[in-house]
Structure formats: structure tokens, C-alpha cells
Design a protein. Structure first.
Lengths: 438, 176
């Protein structure tokens, strides 16, 4: 058969990403790509555009899966730092280690000193929390030891809590994290490559603060309590006390005090901006197509069930800096895990559960993967997607996933829209307010 | 170099070349999510097998070898024939696949956002069906009552228009 002309080859190159080519077309395209540099360029452009468009629609916001640690009581009157650290970097890492298989048969113990021990771990079936150290691979279980130099991968949907030896410093790693531990002369370092981490830190020895290093920033614990969160960049939000925050990109360093935050990349936020946390509960939450379901919000593509949530932001004063929608996966089946592609859509304010289907919806956040019962799913929402009055959202799923039940307003852990709001308040900074004016 | 340093060095190299590898995987799988998963599986394999790596060899070739294994496993798992451009040809593309670098993609994505708002509603619908709802061209054709070939043509044209719009936006930004 005569090879096709240039125009047809360009068409085949463009359609390569839209359909499965025939064997003949694939042969022609491969020959063309070997011989024609312009066609190669077209092909790469088509590949990039296809990837970009998919990413644009499929990954609007980074979504994180959270499991909130309970505060623990002091044992020996040691002045403690209550810390919450949330680091979200590349959206791609959300899939970290889902397909990793680690055989216990090859487990081995390295010689590095033990720095901490596991106090709790939750692993979904067929997953494992794995550690590499000194070239040896092992899996983590309850009561396992963690050693200096350990590089730990916590699979998505799992979580790991551990306690540093001889002190009341607790750390919790959520699913999708990849971190390593180091200890030098009593100074602790956590290198958080990707993922989310909380810490509850006892006072550290003088001159040996706990350091948490990310790719673009570093947090150094100076005193009492703080919180850090980051999304592609690192953000530090101090609830009380003082933390020093250093950016690796611009060499800036700032001491962030209670009720203030700083970003690693945004110059404007290096002045340590005052903020307050405001938690809003839905003014309305229901299951679309099943209005009699009050305790749960059901999402099930097979039965065409979607969630509907509406929040009133009219009492929020000040600029919203960060917004997260938190949903608790109902724990009606112990440790049962569900999986699917869950999407958060924005609807016009006038939409209701009965009329939601009539409106054009816009996907503003998404989560794909597994979640265990009793875990919290958080959708990070770009503040620009929120209006100052009523905000209506729909939660839907793509076909093929399991059904989900989320706790509704009637349940003990109802949905929450958690806002970090810039404030000039005279009230205590960093304070949390619920459904009221700051 | 000890094991820890070896892993650190290799992962740093991996992250530096992540864009090219992303393009390499996507050109083979044509699947966004599979690409991101294979990329991460590759990172994990690199960390696990760092000790086996001969540091005299160029690490990019080793990374590509790992990617190929994961791509083949992906097709086996899917239980379908791997109808993609051969690895031998794709190997030559590597320098061109820098366009998949996260920073470059992010810049284009911002421009794309603005271009999307200018698309007429009907055209945007087609793009949404394809990239938001994951429908293939025959499903879109059924949905809209058009021919499959018509949808291919429309999507190709829309992608070219969007590309031009993105290039224009990026050029204007540079001028500013």
C-alpha cells in the first residue's frame, strides 16, 4: 500500500491520542516519525496538548486525605508544642506507592540507631507501609521501630503514627507521603518529600530544634504550638506560639507568631499575615434523588445519587486565604474501604437538591482512590471559586466506583467548610470560629 | 557513596528529568492517570533498586528502562495489546519531551484557562465530554448526534485553536 501524504500523516499523529490506530496506520506513523522532524514536533505538541487538557479537567485542585490525630495529654509536665503540619506538593504523588508490593520475606533490619517507634498504623488491604534504609527494604507494622535514615512510603489511604524515643513527640503521616527521618547529635530532622504530616512536639533541647524540611522551605520549632500547611508550595500557619520559617527559594526567614501565616513562594505573605480559622457547617445538605436520607449524604453513580451541600459565607469578613471542604466517610462498616473517582462541582447559588440537575456544574476539585471508613476526605477549594453569599456544591462520582456515604449534618462529624480568613481582628489571632462572624 | 546518598542522588536526577519521562510514558500509554501512576512507581523502583545501579552508566537510560517495564506491566494488567509508538522511536524523542516539564505545563495551563473561557458553549461541551467526562469519540458522537469522524475533526481543530490561543497568550505575557 502506498504510504500516505504529509497531511494524512499529520492527521494520524493527531488522532493517535484520540483513538486506537490500526496496525497499518501505526506503521505509517512510526515510519513518518523516523523520517520527518516536523511530524515529530507535531506529535509531541499533540501529546502535550492532550496531557494538558486532561490535567486541566481532571486535576483542578489538589485533594488530600486526612486523618486527624487526637491530642494526647502531657505525661511529665514537659512543655509541649502542639503542631499540625500539612504539606501538599505535587498532585501526582497522590498515587504514591499504590501499586507497590513489598514482600516480608525480603524484610531486613538495618544497623542505624532507632529514633522512634510506631504507635499506630492503618493500612488498607493489599497495601503496606514500606521503608528503605541502607539498601534494605522492610514493612512497617504496629510497634515497629523507625531508624535514622529510614525512607518511608505511606501508601495512599493508609496512615502512620509514631513517637520519638524518650519524649512525648508524636508524628502522624497521612496517605500519600514519602518522608525520611534523620537525627544528628540529638537534633531531629524530617525530610518531607511529598504528602501530609502532623506533629505534636515536646520541647526540644536548647539549640537543637526539630526541623521539618520540604523541597522549598524549612520549619524550625522555636516554641509552643503551630500549624503548617502547604499546597505545591509550603504554608506555615501558626495557631499559638512561634515558629521560624525559612524559604529555600529566596533565602527569606521569618518568625511567625500566633495567628499569622507565611508562604514559601508568595513574597507578599512573608510579612506574616494575621488570620483566623472559620468553620462553617452546611445550611443544607442532602442526597440528590433521595431526599429522605438525613443522616448520610449518599453518592452512588449506579443509583444516580449525588450529594448536595450549601454553605453561607455572608458572615465571613475578610479575604479567604484557604478553603477546604471536609467530609467524614461514614464508618458504618468497620475499616471497610471504598474506592472511586469523586468530584466536587460548583453550582449556581440558586440551585437546590431538586433543581441541581438543571444547572451547568463546574468541577472545582477531585479525588480518585481508596478511603477507609471513619477517614476524612478534604477537597481543597481555590478561594476564587467561592462567593461571598450562598455557595452550592454537588458531589458526584464517575461510573465504576463504589458507593460512598458521608456523614451529614445530623451526624456527629458533619461536613465542614474550613476557611482561613485574613483578619485585622482584635480578637485572639488564629482562633477558630464556627459559623459566626470573626 | 553510601546507599542513602545513592538514593538521594538518583531521586534528584529523576525529579530533574521528570518532564521528559512523563512525556515518554504518556506517549506510550495515552492515559493521564496511568502516566502519573507509572511515574510514581518508577520513583519507588528507583529508590528500591538504587543499590543495583551502576553509577558509571547514564541514569536516564536506567530510568527509561524502568519506565518501559512499568508500561509493559500496565498493558498486561489492562489485558490489551500495546498499540503504541515503539520504544525505539520514542527513545529518540526524549529531548523534545521537555515540554512535559511541570513548570512549562503549569505556565501553559494558566494560559489555557483563559483560552477556555473564550470557547463557544457548544465547543466547550465537546471538550468537557472528552476530558472531564472521559467519553471516547464514539460516545460523544452518540451524545451529540454527530458522526464519529466529525468529532475527531472537531476535536483536532479545537486543540489546534486552543494551542494557538495559548501561544498567543504566552507571547503577550513575555512582551509585557
Amino acid at each position: 500500500m502506498t504510504p500516505p501524504g504529509k497531511e494524512i500523516l499529520e492527521n494520524i499523529a493527531a488522532e493517535y491520542f484520540l483513538r486506537d490506530l490500526t496496525d497499518q496506520e501505526l506503521t505509517w506513523l512510526q515510519r513518518g516519525l523516523q523520517e520527518d522532524e516536523a511530524l515529530r514536533e507535531r506529535f509531541v505538541q499533540a501529546a502535550r496538548d492532550e496531557f494538558l487538557l486532561t490535567q486541566f479537567y481532571q486535576e483542578p485542585e489538589e485533594v488530600k486525605l486526612l486523618a486527624f490525630p487526637r491530642r494526647r495529654r502531657l505525661k511529665r509536665g514537659v512543655r509541649r508544642i502542639a503542631a499540625s503540619i500539612a504539606i501538599l506538593l505535587s498532585l501526582a504523588t497522590i498515587f504514591l506507592s499504590r501499586y507497590m508490593e513489598v514482600s516480608n520475606k525480603i524484610s531486613d533490619i538495618p544497623n542505624a540507631p532507632v529514633v522512634a517507634h510506631v504507635t499506630g498504623c492503618f493500612v488498607l488491604e493489599a497495601d503496606a507501609i514500606s521503608v528503605v534504609n541502607e539498601g534494605k527494604l522492610r514493612t512497617i507494622e504496629a510497634n515497629s521501630e523507625l531508624r535514622a535514615g529510614d525512607r518511608v512510603v505511606v501508601p495512599f489511604g493508609s496512615r502512620l503514627t509514631f513517637q520519638y524515643n524518650n519524649e512525648d513527640t508524636f508524628v502522624e503521616m497521612s496517605g500519600g507521603t514519602f518522608f525520611s527521618l534523620q537525627e544528628e547529635d540529638g537534633a531531629k530532622f524530617v525530610r518531607l518529600r511529598q504528602g501530609t504530616m502532623w506533629a505534636d512536639v515536646a520541647k526540644q533541647p536548647n539549640g537543637k530544634p526539630l526541623r521539618i524540611m520540604t523541597d522549598d522551605a524549612e520549619a524550625v520549632v522555636l516554641g509552643t504550638s503551630f500549624e503548617i500547611s502547604a499546597n505545591q508550595f509550603t504554608r506555615l500557619s501558626v495557631v499559638s506560639g512561634m515558629v521560624r520559617f525559612k524559604s529555600h527559594d529566596n533565602d527569606h526567614s521569618v518568625e511567625v507568631s500566633a495567628g499569622h501565616l507565611a508562604d514559601s513562594q508568595r513574597e507578599s505573605l512573608w510579612k506574616s499575615l494575621p488570620f483566623a480559622i472559620q468553620k462553617l457547617y452546611p445550611v443544607l445538605d442532602q442526597t440528590i434523588n433521595r431526599l429522605d436520607c438525613e443522616k448520610f449524604i449518599a453518592v452512588d453513580p449506579k443509583r444516580n445519587l449525588c450529594g448536595f451541600l450549601s454553605f453561607d459565607l455572608s458572615n465571613v469578613r475578610g479575604k479567604v486565604i484557604e478553603a477546604r471542604l471536609r467530609l467524614r466517610v461514614a464508618n458504618n462498616e468497620k475499616e471497610a474501604c471504598r474506592s472511586g473517582d469523586i468530584r466536587l462541582y460548583s453550582l449556581p447559588a440558586e440551585a437546590s437538591p431538586a433543581t441541581a440537575a438543571n444547572y451547568q456544574r463546574r468541577m472545582i476539585s477531585r479525588y480518585e482512590g481508596r478511603i477507609g471508613g471513619g477517614m476524612d476526605l478534604e477537597f481543597l477549594i481555590e478561594p476564587a471559586n467561592l462567593s461571598s453569599n450562598l455557595n452550592a456544591f454537588m458531589i458526584g462520582m464517575l461510573p465504576g466506583g463504589d458507593s460512598f456515604l458521608f456523614n451529614a449534618s445530623e451526624s456527629p462529624e458533619p461536613p465542614q467548610l474550613i476557611l482561613k480568613v485574613e483578619t485585622k481582628s482584635t480578637k485572639p489571632l488564629g482562633q477558630t470560629f464556627t459559623n459566626g462572624e470573626i | 557513596m553510601n546507599e542513602s546518598e545513592q538514593i538521594e542522588t538518583l531521586l534528584r536526577q529523576f525529579y530533574a528529568n521528570q518532564g521528559q519521562l512523563r512525556g515518554y510514558i504518556f506517549s506510550s500509554t495515552k492515559d493521564y492517570h496511568a502516566t502519573e501512576e507509572i511515574l510514581q512507581s518508577t520513583a519507588i523502583t528507583i529508590a528500591q533498586k538504587a543499590a543495583q545501579f551502576d553509577s558509571e552508566r547514564p541514569c536516564m537510560n536506567w530510568f527509561m528502562g524502568i519506565c518501559k517495564n512499568h508500561i509493559q506491566r500496565y498493558y498486561q494488567k489492562q489485558k490489551r495489546e500495546s498499540k503504541h509508538i515503539s520504544f525505539e522511536i520514542l527513545d529518540d524523542f526524549i529531548p523534545m519531551l521537555e515540554v512535559f516539564d511541570a513548570h512549562q505545563l503549569s505556565t501553559r495551563r494558566q494560559a489555557l484557562e483563559s483560552c477556555m473561557t473564550r470557547l463557544p458553549k457548544k465547543q466547550r461541551k465537546v471538550i468537557e465530554l472528552r476530558y472531564m467526562e472521559n467519553q471516547d469519540c464514539s460516545q460523544i458522537a452518540d451524545h451529540l448526534g454527530r458522526s464519529v469522524q466529525g468529532i475527531y475533526s472537531l476535536l483536532k481543530r479545537l486543540k489546534v485553536d486552543l494551542r494557538k490561543c495559548v501561544e498567543f497568550q504566552l507571547q503577550n505575557r513575555e512582551m509585557i
